[in-house]
Design a protein around this ligand. Structure first.
Ligand code: 1HN
Length: 361
């Protein structure tokens, strides 16, 4: 139908159209021309909003959860970080899930497995462990740990203090694809078959077992734990010897050593140092990113469709920068940030986009 026809359309034409829509509806038909704008927006139009969870404000609820339910009874004692604009969806972005999990001394979170990939980023306390495929990994603050898709995993604690970590999973994405399977094990804790550190010795030293060309875990990294002391050391060396990126400060991505790609097929992870006195330039990217503050304090200004928010963050805080929201970081005294996003999915589809602005608006 051309423009002339539309501009001259009459009340009776409208009636005819409305009648058509009504008549076709029982046949599960709907006219594209009424949906087209929303279906193909000119730029990403996420319903998600930027949000900040201050650790000092939410920790009391986590500890209260520790008093009212055991890890075993809960299966996973987690408070979900839910995007305020996605209530009831257990999602922090459209594609990703985030939660804070608590394990108390000598508790067990029972063995199970599922399609959804998971990452753990240790926020508070040392001495809990997670077991993946028969190998335990001790958790220390700042460590980044992987539970690959469909691998058996349970958590336990030999610690004398509460241990809290950030869980990042691709739950909403797998739900969207209707592709999730899950299974509980008959034993609460899996049998340990390999000493701690085995997978790191095999794959964590820029070497790999001689005949390993294909990853034993498909696209997922065979390294279960990326210890913080190594990531922190790398950032420190680069901060003190190399030029600082005007947008990111010093930012490294974690890699699957067998592919050079992201450690998981659906989630990329990053560790970043914002140097003292840094005033970052603004950027935006299509992947929505979730941040966990490791050390120090700073601010992030986030702007979207003319609305601005600023989050002043401290250690153990969490915040989310949704898709295509413009963000810039600053810090007076310096800070270290862990983050994860759905970037590998965007890249696999060839649709990842990032824009780095050269001036502050
Ligand atoms: C899960 O398996 C864990 O293993 C944490 O610690 C959070 C959220 C939804 C589904 C499975 C875990 C989870 C989860």
């Amino acid at each position: 139908m051309d423009k002339t026809t539309i501009s001259t359309n009459t009340a009776s034409q409208n009636d005819v159209r409305e009648q058509l829509y009504k008549d076709m509806a029982p046949h599960h038909l709907t006219p594209l021309w009424r949906e087209l704008h929303a279906l193909v927006p000119q730029q990403p139009n996420t319903p998600c909003v930027a949000a900040h969870w201050k650790y000092e404000q939410i920790r009391p609820y986590l500890m209260r959860a520790g008093e009212v339910i055991t890890a075993e009874e809960a299966v996973r004692r987690v408070l979900i970080l839910e995007n305020p604009a996605l209530k009831g969806q257990s999602a922090i972005t459209q594609a990703l899930y985030a939660g804070l999990q608590l394990i108390m001394p000598s508790e067990i979170a029972p063995n199970h497995r599922h399609t959804q990939s998971a990452l753990r980023f240790i926020v508070e306390g040392s001495g809990a462990f997670t077991a993946v495929n028969g190998e335990r990994t001790t958790m220390r603050p700042g460590d980044f740990i992987i539970t690959p898709s469909m691998t058996w995993h349970d958590h336990g604690s030999d610690a004398s203090e509460p241990v809290v970590w950030l869980d990042g999973l691709d739950i909403p994405l797998i739900r969207y694809l209707d592709a999730g399977f899950a299974e509980n094990a008959s034993e609460k804790s899996q049998t340990v078959t390999r000493p701690e550190g085995t997978s790191f010795a095999q794959f964590g030293y820029n070497m790999a077992p001689v005949r390993t060309y294909d990853s034993p875990l498909g696209q997922t990294s065979p390294i279960f734990s990326y210890p913080y002391d190594k990531s922190r050391e790398a950032l420190h060396i680069l901060e003190t010897t190399q030029p600082i990126d005007a947008w990111d400060g010093v930012k490294l991505r974690y890699i699957n050593p067998l592919t050079g790609g992201a450690p998981m097929p659906t989630m990329a992870t990053f560790m970043q140092r914002i140097p003292a006195g840094f005033e970052g330039l603004p950027y935006r990217q299509t992947d929505g990113a979730i941040f966990s503050v490791v050390e120090g304090s700073g601010s992030v200004q986030i702007e979207h469709k003319g609305e601005k928010v600023q989050f002043d963050f401290s250690p153990r805080d969490h915040f989310v920068i949704p898709s295509w929201h413009t963000a810039r970081f600053s810090s007076t005294s310096g800070c270290v940030l862990f983050s994860y996003s759905d970037r590998p999915v965007h890249q696999a589809l060839g649709i990842h986009k990032e824009e780095r602005l050269n001036h502050v608006e």
